[in-house]
Design a protein around this ligand. Structure first.
Ligand code: NAD
Ligand code: DAU
Length: 378
């Protein structure tokens, strides 16, 4: 295998830390440089087990600082970028859209410009280089719920064949136009456009992937699944937005990481791939599954914590339904998600309950202020 020097941005966050660990362990001949600003969402404890690996280096820095990125790319002779660094939480984007525009739009632009500059200085130019941009399905907007009771999905995977339903007859495909609704998704959509513009204008070799909702260990507990696990554990109220009817398409984080690995090595330049598990769930059904799983793992009476469910004011502009059509990735590159949702939830709940110190650490300090502002001290 060819030696590569890969810059992974946002590698101390949720998905980034799984990706960094995967690449550091699986590819000892690759040098992995993790550039992360360590915002509230970045946590070096996520990478404790690999921090001393000889093919790994962590650099604290801001992707918006183009001079620092240029210097790092030259120093480390970076020949590929996998870009995950972002502000990622929709509720925060509603409160503070500017931070999202800065990091997600200007940060991506600064990385693109740095890659273009540094690679253009080399005798081989862009040959063998790759700028891989990690994006989200939220750029496509929201799908209708044409079948609120659910229908047999028109396609499935081994992992989703357990009788899961689809709640509409349309899905996000790669050729769909963009229609973002939140400041978060608008900023990600804008960054995707810049990435493609750098290919079309300057010939930069790029790939963009748009993935559905991830879940698993190390996800910051402002996001739905870890927030609710932590609240059930501490018997705090479970703030379900609206009527809990919104649908999300959940994918275990390791399945996303395997897809990124495959696309990084075998994906076609300038192509977009959607990543998702054909695994639609209404939020309220996820809440019931979480309560059942946490209560059972803690040895509590079944259903004991159902009374924690509290329907609260809906999120502004709350997208109704996301559902990814990932058949391009399946047919062209042979990717399949491996984990069924119930198995993934079992593992995820166990991880959060066993990693009390990690959870207590990230839910102290500034988190408490954020939590009180969002939900009141309940
Ligand atoms: P996260 O919030 O857990 O992690 C983001 C990381 O980026 C953190 O480590 C943070 O410190 C770092 N960061 C933020 N601003 C930075 C800056 N200016 N410079 C350098 N580092 C910075 O996010 P995540 O959930 O792991 O998502 C990672 C990427 O995947 C994002 O681009 C997100 O849009 C995308 N994505 C996420 C999901 C999901 O369900 N979580 C699904 C699809 C796509
Ligand atoms: O679809 C991919 C996206 O998934 C990623 O790009 C984002 O980075 C990621 O945060 C996620 O966005 P969502 O808004 O779908 O995820 P979140 O975990 O915030 O919410 C999931 C659903 O649960 C959503 O319908 C809102 C609802 N929810 C969320 C929270 C935090 C609640 O009902 N109550 C809550 O307290």
């Amino acid at each position: 295998m060819k030696h590569r020097s890969i810059l992974i941005t946002g590698g101390a966050g949720f998905i980034g830390s799984h990706l960094v660990r995967h690449f550091v362990r699986k590819y000892p001949d690759y040098r992995i440089i993790n550039l992360d600003k360590l915002t509230y969402a970045g946590n070096l404890a996520n990478l404790k087990d690999i921090e001393n690996c000889p093919n790994y280096r962590f650099v604290k820095g801001d992707i918006c600082d183009i001079d620092a990125v240029l210097a790092l790319m030259r120093e480390e002779k970076i020949d590929a970028v996998i870009h995950l660094a972002a502000e990622s939480h929709v509720d925060r984007s509603i409160k503070d859209p500017f931070t999202f525009a800065r990091t997600n739009v200007l940060g991506t632009l600064s990385l693109l410009q740095a890659a273009r500059t540094v690679w253009a200085e080399l005798p081989e130019g862009f040959e063998g280089k790759l700028f891989y941009h990690i994006s989200t399905d939220e750029v496509y907007g929201a799908l209708q719920m044409t079948h609120p009771q659910g229908i047999e999905p028109p396609f499935s995977t081994a992992a989703s064949s357990g009788g899961h339903l689809a709640y509409g007859d349309r899905f996000f495909t790669e050729d769909l136009g963009y229609d973002p609704h939140s400041p978060y998704s608008a900023s990600k959509a804008s960054s995707d456009h810049f990435v493609r513009a750098f290919h079309d204008t300057y010939g930069l070799p790029v790939i963009v992937t748009n993935c559905s909702n991830n879940y698993g260990p190390y996800q910051f507990p402002e996001k739905f699944i870890p927030l609710f696990i932590n609240n059930i554990k501490h018997r705090k109220m479970l703030p379900v937005y609206g009527r809990g009817e919104n649908v999300r398409d959940w994918l275990y984080v390791q399945d996303h990481v395997r897809a990124i690995d495959l696309i990084f090595h075998e994906g076609q330049i300038a192509r977009t791939y959607n990543i998702g598990g054909f695994n639609e769930w209404k939020n309220i059904d996820v809440v019931h599954l979480l309560i059942e799983t946490v209560d059972r793992q803690l040895g509590r009476r079944p259903g004991e914590d159902e009374s924690l469910i509290s329907y609260v004011t809906d999120r502004a502009g709350h997208d109704l339904r996301y559902a990814i059509d990932s058949r391009r990735l399946q047919s062209e590159l042979g990717w399949e998600p491996e984990l069924q949702f119930e198995e993934g939830m079992e593992l995820t709940v166990r991880w959060y309950l066993e990693n009390e110190a990690w959870l207590d650490n990230v839910t102290s300090g500034d988190y408490l202020k954020y939590y009180d502002e969002m939900y009141g001290n309940r």
